[in-house]
Design a binder for this molecule. Structure first.
Ligand code: ATP
Ligand code: MG
Length: 435
């Protein structure tokens, strides 16, 4: 993509309502524009990252055996009245009346709808287990939408639902999703902190929250500080589950299994939540399946959610510096930028164009900054946007056939020949695809 044709309205100004760093950086880098409280337009850069995260989440769901479908955002109130949640949900639910005075709502979640779909088609143990997911916008009229996309009113969620015949089977589905979530967050470059969540009597301990560390997070976490040193690309899933972590009301110093020196207290933000709820909805909505001995029993269910749009903000909270965002390779909107430092220099233009078409030909996502603006502004824009590598093409070096590569994360610069630079980027991009 040529920057001159692109739409990334960067700015130095931060609106006063942006309290946290990810919100500030998303606005400054032109990723989102607020349209009303807690509701955003996703501008090209933001939308690009959102799709990358969605893609990783989808792939891990599919690997775990979940099947994608798409349910509507608008739902009829009928099913919610049957399940008893129409009244319980309270003011967080956006209720709408259609032209025939039918009660509708903008879905805050989809347990009722998926149970109804299941009920309509599946009625035998022979068709179990099933695990269905979708990635769809949700609406919750949050009391205090804030922190940009981290607590929006309209937000993108991946939610899936498991269906099993017995509790034992449901537990297997739950554990399968548990592992899938750990893998998903690691794939996104994040180290998930797993917490037991309360799920009431029926769930027992079959409810977990996945949080990531963020100074501005809304929960207080007590955890083994070793968790901070884990490299997500090398993490061992079995080991990850063994580290101590608790939210403040679960943490009891006298029962804590690790010593004070190992223990750290910090803030976290919830990025995923998994939950076994048994037959809560299948009973109310008559989703019955026949067992091998001919009995009809309500199907055992669990639901599993990941905040896809919240993750955009959460990743920025985890990866930024004073200059801007530092995207992990796998979710970066572009892999490399080309900074043409002098668009009036013939050689700079020629070599930048050549480099750009070479990278495009091998499908490396490139943002070529061909704008006729000061070099300093190009550096600050690309640092803000956070693309992993810059190829810097300036008049003096290029005369000698050299360019400079800068690593956004380490700040390290490297002068290389044009060919070496191209090979370097190709190698790095291949390495990152292996992650
Ligand atoms: P929270 O305690 O943060 O309100 P929740 O318990 O209401 O979350 P769930 O119903 O479990 O959330 O939803 C699944 C996931 O959706 C959450 O883990 C979170 O990542 C995301 N999510 C929930 N509410 C919002 C919101 N208002 N804005 C953005 N993402 C959200
Ligand atoms: Mg909530």
């Amino acid at each position: 993509m040529k920057y001159s044709l692109y739409f990334a309205p960067t700015s130095k100004d931060v609106p006063s309502e942006a309290e946290i760093i990810s919100h500030k950086l998303m606005i400054r880098s032109g990723m989102i524009k607020q349209s009303s409280a807690g509701i955003y337009s996703w501008l090209p850069l933001g939308f690009n990252v959102l799709k990358k995260i969605e893609h990783i989440v989808r792939k891990e769901q599919e690997k775990a055996g979940a099947v994608e479908l798409l349910m509507p955002t608008m739902q009829s109130a009928d099913l919610w009245i049957k399940s008893g949640r129409y009244d319980d949900y309270g003011k967080e639910m956006l209720r709408i009346q259609d032209r025939s005075s039918r009660q509708m709502l903008y879905g805050p979640t989809n347990e009722e709808l998926i149970t109804e779909i299941f009920r309509s088609y599946i009625n035998s143990y022979k068709d179990l287990p099933k695990n269905l997911f979708h990635i769809q916008w949700k609406f919750r009229d949050e009391l205090r939408p804030r922190f940009g996309v981290m607590r929006g009113r309209e937000f993108l969620m991946k939610d899936n639902y498991s269906f099993d015949l017995t509790f034992e089977e449901a537990k297997k589905s739950y554990n399968n999703m548990y592992r899938c979530y750990l893998k998903t967050f690691l794939k996104l470059g994040l180290t998930p902190i797993v917490l037991r969540a309360e799920s009431g009597a029926i769930g027992g301990n079959l409810s977990h929250e996945f949080q990531i560390l963020a100074k501005t997070g809304e929960s207080t976490l007590y955890y083994d500080k070793e968790l901070e040193n884990i490299d997500p690309s090398k993490a061992n899933i079995e080991k990850l589950q063994d580290y101590y972590a608790a939210v403040d009301d679960q943490h009891n110093p006298s029962e804590c299994p690790i010593n004070e020196k190992q223990l750290k207290i910090s803030k976290g933000i919830e990025v995923g939540h998994i939950f076994y709820f048994g037959t809560k909805y299948s009973e109310k909505l008559s989703a019955l399946v026949q067992t091998s001995d001919g009995k009809n029993v309500p199907v055992e269910m669990g639901s599993y959610g990941i905040g896809v749009s919240r993750l955009v903000g959460a990743i920025i909270e985890a990866f930024h510096d004073s200059k801007g965002i530092i995207w992990p390779d796998q979710v970066a909107p572009f892999y490399v930028s080309i900074l043409n430092l002098n668009t009036k220099d013939l050689k700079c233009n020629q070599e930048s164009e050549k480099m750009y078409s070479n990278l495009c030909n091998i499908n490396i996502e490139t943002l070529y900054d061909d704008r006729d603006i000061a070099a300093g502004s190009k550096f600050s824009d690309h640092d803000l946007i956070g693309i992993p590598y810059k190829i810097i093409i300036g008049p003096r070096d290029i005369k000698e056939g050299r360019v400079e590569i800068e690593n956004r994360k380490t700040g390290k610069k490297n002068k290389l020949s044009i060919e070496e630079a191209l090979n370097y980027i190709i190698k790095k991009s291949k390495d990152s695809q292996k992650l």
